[in-house]
Design a protein around this ligand. Structure first.
Ligand code: ATP
Ligand code: PRP
Length: 214
């Protein structure tokens, strides 16, 4: 049997990813079990599902270990892997923003210290603004950096704004809107064309239906 292999980001996007699969007719009962299993087979839908850490999704897709994957646009922009981005799934919506201490300004700063989990995005963003920067790579709790004096600003995800507010920070500039994307291995698109196209079509129809309902 020919399988379509799909890599899902197993963090905060997972629930919405599973809902999307369920809505296009995939039997997701095995995926909702609380087991530590990472690879699942759903033979009724010829689907193999692999649970990945979000930043690893593009790597597995680029190498063709999975045919397709679901991951945030932020991760795609940071990594710039060789793959096709085929559908904006309009889930996992948030923004990438530059934030700093309430009352601070970036104006007139000769050299700006930027703490972020997204060093490549930050480098490109500030280069375009012709702003000289020192990028300080973080793994999490990025909001701490300006509070404790490690950086002047952060470039990070903002969803509700709760984390910024709770730490006395404000958005200084919005960089871009983010949502999850369906991405495709370039070879799978050719070798599994019919299966892949059908799946993309079903996903597209479902995304349009959801957007219409909003
Ligand atoms: N409030 C948010 N914070 C972070 N990511 C968000 C948020 N809202 C939506 N996203 C999207 O979800 C993705 C985060 O998924 P991920 O699984 O890495 O998050 P996580 O559950 O915070 O994982 P971890 O704690 O391991 O970093 C981001 O790449 C982004 O596209
Ligand atoms: O605007 P909000 O709704 O508050 O969401 C944004 C926060 O969520 C994310 O952090 P996460 O929870 O992933 O923790 P982390 O600091 O470990 O990355 C992100 O890095 C922000 O800190």
């Amino acid at each position: 049997m020919e399988w379509i292999k799909i890599g899902l980001a197993k963090g905060r996007l997972l629930e919405e990813e599973i809902k999307l699969l369920r809505n296009i007719g995939v039997d997701c009962s095995v995926l909702t079990s609380k087991s530590r299993q990472l690879v699942f087979e759903i033979p009724e839908n010829n689907l193999q599902v692999v649970m990945l850490k979000a930043p690893d999704v593009p790597t597995y897709v680029e190498h063709g270990i999975v045919d397709m994957g679901i991951v945030g646009k932020d991760v795609l922009l940071e990594q710039e892997k060789q793959l096709y981005e085929v559908v904006d799934l309009r889930l996992g919506k948030c923004r990438l923003s530059v934030a700093g201490k309430d009352g601070d300004t970036m104006e007139g700063k000769k050299h700006l210290r930027v703490a972020t989990k997204y060093p490549n995005i930050a480098k490109r963003y500030f280069a375009e603004k012709v702003q000289s920067v020192e990028i300080i790579k973080q793994e999490g709790s990025v909001e701490l950096a300006p509070i404790l004096g490690l950086s002047d600003v952060i470039l990070d995800i903002v969803e509700t704004g709760n984390t910024l507010r709770a730490n006395g920070l404000i958005v200084m500039e919005d960089v871009m809107e983010i949502s999850a994307r369906l991405v495709l291995n370039k070879v799978s698109y050719k070798t599994k064309k019919d299966m892949v196209r059908k799946l993309i079509e079903r996903i597209n129809t479902e995304v349009d239906k959801q957007s219409f309902n909003v």
